[in-house]
Design a protein around this ligand. Structure first.
Ligand code: HEC
Ligand code: HEC
Ligand code: HEC
Ligand code: HEC
Length: 220
């Protein structure tokens, strides 16, 4: 029994800090990635950039935000922290100074630092991103991955998929509202929407409950 318990504890200890949170970066939190007064890099980043692992395309270490992601998402022997390590040699390309327009047509807002293609081209890592694996578009939990590929490889994708025009998620503009596809927006509001449905036949109850909830929020 103590062996089993020891094993359970060992497994627990080996789990990433995020194991009990909704999305991996919820547990990381703002200050897991951004350090207020003890930053190690640009965008007050809390994690040291990974300068160890080499880009198979350029034979150089990664730079910019990609090197920051790889400060966590690479094995510790290769300069990362072992969280869901990404193996560059077995991956879709990233960390490119420019995009070959014959291979991909990347929307400008997904490029960084004068045309660079980084991890951020495909992922918006902020905890506000509701989509599967922090991807830029809704893929219905990965079941509609073609909609995602079609953002940058439209001529490869089926016409109907391209015509659906995926809404790109971005957290990088505080002047606007969150850009969410209608479906994801509905999902976000799901807990509130559920209550009236459950209270069918008691129509007055949810109407009363709603203002009460609002008041509570204002008091906080
Ligand atoms: C997983 C790491 C990660 C987490 C967690 C994270 N950020 Fe970020 N943050 C980034 C990256 C990477 C960028 C650059 C994004 C880009 O260029 O699209 C960024 C950019 C920003 C910027 C804009 C900086 C600029 O120069 O324009 C702000 C503000 C910010 N984050 C605040 C936050 C807050 C607040 C939280 C918590 C709610 C948070 N971040 C959580 C990685 C993270
Ligand atoms: C401070 C460390 C840290 C940094 C920096 C970081 N991440 Fe993460 N990330 C994590 C952890 C921890 C998890 C959860 C891993 C797991 O569940 O195994 C995670 C999970 C993810 C996931 C999977 C989410 C899911 O729903 O399964 C994606 C995608 C991701 N990160 C992308 C990025 C990108 C892109 C960057 C750079 C902009 C980045 N991360 C930077 C720690 C980090
Ligand atoms: C071309 C788009 C693209 C680029 C560029 C990209 N990713 Fe991803 N990433 C994806 C997709 C798609 C998935 C989901 C794969 C799946 O679940 O089948 C994913 C999954 C992940 C995961 C989750 C892996 C897991 O075990 O669940 C992490 C972490 C991650 N990416 C981090 C990164 C980091 C860090 C970079 C840059 C070094 C990066 N990604 C660049 C598209 C991309
Ligand atoms: C945000 C834009 C973006 C998305 C989304 C995207 N790609 Fe790409 N893709 C690129 C860029 C940029 C390149 C590299 C172009 C270059 O070499 O200059 C590329 C290259 C490729 C290549 C050639 C790889 C090589 O080694 O030569 C393949 C295959 C590919 N992508 C498939 C996919 C698939 C499949 C998906 C969806 C799962 C996808 N891409 C999603 C931007 C994207």
């Amino acid at each position: 029994m103590s062996f089993v318990r020891g094993l359970a504890l060992a497994v627990l200890a080996a789990l990433p800090l995020s194991a009990f949170a909704a999305g991996g970066h919820d547990a990381v939190g703002c200050v897991g990635c951004h350090a207020i007064h003890t930053a190690k890099d640009q965008i007050i980043f809390a994690v040291t950039a990974n300068k160890q692992v080499v880009n198979p395309k350029t034979k150089q270490p990664y730079s910019g935000t990609t090197a920051l992601c790889l400060g966590c998402h690479e094995e510790s022997a290769k300069g990362g922290q072992g969280y869901a390590p990404i193996n560059a040699h077995m991956s879709h390309p990233y960390g490119l100074a420019a995009v070959d327009s014959k291979i991909a047509k990347v929307p400008g807002e997904l490029l960084r630092e004068g045309g660079r293609f980084e991890c951020l081209g495909c992922h918006d890592p902020h905890p506000s991103n509701p989509y599967y694996k922090y991807l830029r578009v809704d893929t219905a939990k990965g079941s509609k991955m073609d909609a995602f590929c079609a953002v940058c490889h439209p001529i490869k994708a089926d016409v109907a998929t391209v015509q659906e025009k995926a809404v790109l998620f971005t957290s990088m503009d505080e002047t606007g509202n969150r850009v969410l596809a209608p479906k994801a927006a509905a999902k976000e509001k799901a807990p509130a929407a559920k209550a009236p449905a459950a209270a069918e036949g008691a129509a007055a109850a949810p109407a009363k409950a709603a203002p009460a909830k609002k008041k509570k929020q204002q008091q906080q």
